[in-house]
Design a protein around this ligand. Structure first.
Ligand code: SAM
Length: 191
Protein backbone atom coordinates (compact mmCIF):
# COMPACT_ATOMS: atom_id res chain seq x y z
CA UNK A 1 0.00 0.00 0.00
CA UNK A 2 1.34 3.42 -0.98
CA UNK A 3 0.69 6.11 1.63
CA UNK A 4 1.40 9.84 1.55
CA UNK A 5 0.47 12.42 4.17
CA UNK A 6 -0.78 15.88 3.25
CA UNK A 7 -0.30 18.48 5.99
CA UNK A 8 -2.50 21.52 5.42
CA UNK A 9 -2.28 24.94 7.01
CA UNK A 10 1.09 24.70 8.78
CA UNK A 11 1.83 27.95 10.65
CA UNK A 12 5.60 28.26 11.16
CA UNK A 13 5.21 30.39 14.28
CA UNK A 14 2.89 27.87 16.05
CA UNK A 15 3.07 24.42 14.48
CA UNK A 16 6.77 23.53 14.17
CA UNK A 17 6.79 20.69 16.68
CA UNK A 18 3.40 19.30 15.75
CA UNK A 19 4.17 19.30 12.02
CA UNK A 20 7.54 17.70 12.72
CA UNK A 21 5.76 15.02 14.73
CA UNK A 22 3.21 14.47 11.95
CA UNK A 23 6.18 13.87 9.62
CA UNK A 24 7.94 11.55 12.07
CA UNK A 25 4.81 9.44 12.58
CA UNK A 26 4.18 9.34 8.82
CA UNK A 27 7.72 8.11 8.16
CA UNK A 28 8.00 5.69 11.08
CA UNK A 29 4.71 3.99 10.16
CA UNK A 30 5.52 3.57 6.48
CA UNK A 31 4.34 6.62 4.50
CA UNK A 32 6.68 7.47 1.64
CA UNK A 33 6.21 11.23 1.64
CA UNK A 34 4.76 14.21 3.48
CA UNK A 35 3.42 17.10 1.44
CA UNK A 36 3.39 20.42 3.25
CA UNK A 37 1.56 23.60 2.33
CA UNK A 38 4.12 26.35 2.91
CA UNK A 39 7.77 25.95 3.71
CA UNK A 40 9.59 25.75 7.03
CA UNK A 41 13.37 25.24 6.92
CA UNK A 42 13.48 23.92 10.50
CA UNK A 43 11.06 21.11 9.60
CA UNK A 44 12.94 20.32 6.41
CA UNK A 45 16.10 20.05 8.48
CA UNK A 46 14.72 17.86 11.28
CA UNK A 47 12.75 15.49 9.05
CA UNK A 48 15.63 15.34 6.55
CA UNK A 49 18.07 14.51 9.32
CA UNK A 50 15.96 11.65 10.70
CA UNK A 51 15.25 10.26 7.22
CA UNK A 52 18.94 10.31 6.34
CA UNK A 53 20.20 8.70 9.55
CA UNK A 54 17.38 6.18 10.06
CA UNK A 55 16.83 5.18 6.43
CA UNK A 56 13.70 4.43 4.45
CA UNK A 57 13.88 7.16 1.81
CA UNK A 58 11.09 9.31 3.30
CA UNK A 59 10.66 12.62 1.48
CA UNK A 60 9.26 15.97 2.52
CA UNK A 61 7.85 18.14 -0.27
CA UNK A 62 7.18 21.74 0.76
CA UNK A 63 5.14 24.55 -0.73
CA UNK A 64 2.61 22.28 -2.38
CA UNK A 65 -0.73 23.49 -3.71
CA UNK A 66 -2.98 21.10 -1.76
CA UNK A 67 -5.97 21.11 -4.15
CA UNK A 68 -3.78 20.34 -7.16
CA UNK A 69 -1.97 17.57 -5.27
CA UNK A 70 -5.21 16.02 -4.03
CA UNK A 71 -6.86 16.18 -7.45
CA UNK A 72 -3.78 14.76 -9.21
CA UNK A 73 -3.63 11.93 -6.66
CA UNK A 74 -7.25 11.05 -7.29
CA UNK A 75 -6.87 11.35 -11.07
CA UNK A 76 -4.07 8.78 -10.82
CA UNK A 77 -6.36 6.34 -9.02
CA UNK A 78 -5.47 7.20 -5.41
CA UNK A 79 -7.98 7.76 -2.62
CA UNK A 80 -8.09 10.76 -0.29
CA UNK A 81 -8.81 10.37 3.43
CA UNK A 82 -9.29 13.56 5.42
CA UNK A 83 -8.93 13.16 9.18
CA UNK A 84 -11.45 15.33 10.97
CA UNK A 85 -13.39 14.97 14.20
CA UNK A 86 -16.59 15.68 12.24
CA UNK A 87 -16.26 12.68 9.92
CA UNK A 88 -17.43 9.06 9.92
CA UNK A 89 -16.03 7.34 12.95
CA UNK A 90 -12.96 5.20 12.15
CA UNK A 91 -14.33 1.74 13.03
CA UNK A 92 -17.25 2.15 10.63
CA UNK A 93 -15.11 2.85 7.53
CA UNK A 94 -11.65 1.40 8.04
CA UNK A 95 -12.36 -1.99 6.43
CA UNK A 96 -13.53 -0.26 3.27
CA UNK A 97 -10.49 2.05 3.21
CA UNK A 98 -8.11 -0.86 3.74
CA UNK A 99 -9.13 -2.18 0.32
CA UNK A 100 -7.35 0.74 -1.43
CA UNK A 101 -3.76 0.55 -2.55
CA UNK A 102 -2.92 4.27 -2.77
CA UNK A 103 -4.00 6.51 0.10
CA UNK A 104 -3.37 10.19 0.73
CA UNK A 105 -4.09 11.12 4.35
CA UNK A 106 -4.85 14.81 4.93
CA UNK A 107 -4.47 16.41 8.36
CA UNK A 108 -5.11 20.03 9.23
CA UNK A 109 -3.52 22.57 11.52
CA UNK A 110 -5.72 25.64 11.44
CA UNK A 111 -9.28 25.47 10.06
CA UNK A 112 -9.38 23.18 7.04
CA UNK A 113 -11.04 24.67 3.91
CA UNK A 114 -14.60 23.40 3.34
CA UNK A 115 -13.60 22.16 -0.10
CA UNK A 116 -11.49 19.43 1.47
CA UNK A 117 -14.62 17.82 2.92
CA UNK A 118 -16.08 17.50 -0.59
CA UNK A 119 -12.89 16.41 -2.28
CA UNK A 120 -12.16 13.66 0.26
CA UNK A 121 -13.31 10.12 -0.51
CA UNK A 122 -13.71 9.69 3.24
CA UNK A 123 -13.83 12.24 6.06
CA UNK A 124 -12.74 10.10 8.98
CA UNK A 125 -12.94 10.84 12.69
CA UNK A 126 -10.65 9.08 15.11
CA UNK A 127 -13.40 9.34 17.69
CA UNK A 128 -15.70 12.35 17.41
CA UNK A 129 -13.88 14.48 19.97
CA UNK A 130 -11.28 17.17 19.27
CA UNK A 131 -7.71 16.05 19.94
CA UNK A 132 -4.52 16.10 17.88
CA UNK A 133 -3.43 15.49 14.31
CA UNK A 134 -0.47 13.45 15.59
CA UNK A 135 -2.72 11.12 17.58
CA UNK A 136 -5.28 10.96 14.76
CA UNK A 137 -2.63 10.07 12.18
CA UNK A 138 -0.97 7.45 14.38
CA UNK A 139 -4.22 5.72 15.27
CA UNK A 140 -5.54 5.86 11.73
CA UNK A 141 -2.32 4.34 10.32
CA UNK A 142 -2.33 1.67 13.00
CA UNK A 143 -5.90 0.59 12.20
CA UNK A 144 -5.18 0.82 8.48
CA UNK A 145 -2.04 -1.33 8.69
CA UNK A 146 -3.32 -3.56 11.49
CA UNK A 147 -0.19 -3.19 13.60
CA UNK A 148 2.25 -4.20 10.84
CA UNK A 149 3.66 -0.66 10.88
CA UNK A 150 5.29 -1.49 14.22
CA UNK A 151 7.54 -4.09 12.57
CA UNK A 152 8.88 -2.12 9.63
CA UNK A 153 12.59 -2.59 8.97
CA UNK A 154 13.92 0.07 6.62
CA UNK A 155 16.91 -2.12 5.79
CA UNK A 156 19.51 0.66 6.07
CA UNK A 157 20.70 3.30 8.50
CA UNK A 158 20.36 3.22 12.25
CA UNK A 159 18.44 0.30 13.72
CA UNK A 160 17.49 -0.24 17.31
CA UNK A 161 17.96 -3.71 18.73
CA UNK A 162 15.15 -3.84 21.26
CA UNK A 163 16.37 -4.52 24.77
CA UNK A 164 14.45 -4.60 28.03
CA UNK A 165 16.93 -2.10 29.51
CA UNK A 166 19.56 0.22 28.06
CA UNK A 167 19.97 1.28 24.45
CA UNK A 168 21.48 -0.71 21.59
CA UNK A 169 21.67 0.82 18.15
CA UNK A 170 23.49 -0.53 15.10
CA UNK A 171 24.42 1.48 12.05
CA UNK A 172 23.96 -0.11 8.63
CA UNK A 173 25.19 1.23 5.31
CA UNK A 174 22.73 2.98 3.02
CA UNK A 175 21.32 0.77 0.26
CA UNK A 176 23.88 0.29 -2.50
CA UNK A 177 26.80 1.33 -0.26
CA UNK A 178 29.46 -1.12 0.93
CA UNK A 179 30.04 -1.30 4.66
CA UNK A 180 33.69 -0.49 5.44
CA UNK A 181 33.39 -2.34 8.74
CA UNK A 182 30.76 -4.67 10.21
CA UNK A 183 28.08 -2.85 12.19
CA UNK A 184 29.17 -0.26 14.71
CA UNK A 185 27.20 -0.04 17.91
CA UNK A 186 26.13 3.18 19.55
CA UNK A 187 24.97 3.25 23.12
CA UNK A 188 23.17 6.02 24.93
CA UNK A 189 22.67 8.26 21.92
CA UNK A 190 19.30 9.88 21.38
CA UNK A 191 17.89 10.57 17.92
N1 SAM B 1 -10.09 23.62 14.49
C1 SAM B 1 -9.63 22.85 13.38
C2 SAM B 1 -10.73 22.56 12.40
O1 SAM B 1 -11.85 22.98 12.60
O2 SAM B 1 -10.45 21.87 11.42
C3 SAM B 1 -9.05 21.54 13.88
C4 SAM B 1 -7.78 21.70 14.62
S1 SAM B 1 -7.11 20.17 15.12
C5 SAM B 1 -6.04 20.56 16.42
C6 SAM B 1 -5.97 19.86 13.82
C7 SAM B 1 -6.23 18.60 13.06
O3 SAM B 1 -6.22 17.49 13.93
C8 SAM B 1 -7.54 18.51 12.32
O4 SAM B 1 -7.54 19.23 11.12
C9 SAM B 1 -7.62 17.00 12.09
O5 SAM B 1 -6.88 16.62 10.96
C10 SAM B 1 -6.95 16.43 13.35
N2 SAM B 1 -7.93 15.96 14.35
C11 SAM B 1 -8.18 16.47 15.56
N3 SAM B 1 -9.10 15.75 16.20
C12 SAM B 1 -9.44 14.73 15.39
C13 SAM B 1 -10.33 13.63 15.48
N4 SAM B 1 -11.09 13.42 16.55
N5 SAM B 1 -10.41 12.78 14.43
C14 SAM B 1 -9.66 12.96 13.33
N6 SAM B 1 -8.79 13.99 13.18
C15 SAM B 1 -8.68 14.86 14.20
Amino acid sequence: MQIVVLRIGHRPERDKRITTHVGLVARAFGAKEMLLTGRDPSIEESIGDVAERWGGGFKLRSDVAWRDEARRWKDLGGKLVHLTMYGSNLPSVIDEIRGCDKIMIAVGAEKVPAEMYDLADWNVAVGNQPHSEVAALALFMDRLLEGKELEIDFGEGLKIIPTPRGKTVIDRPARGEQSSEPCSEEKGKET
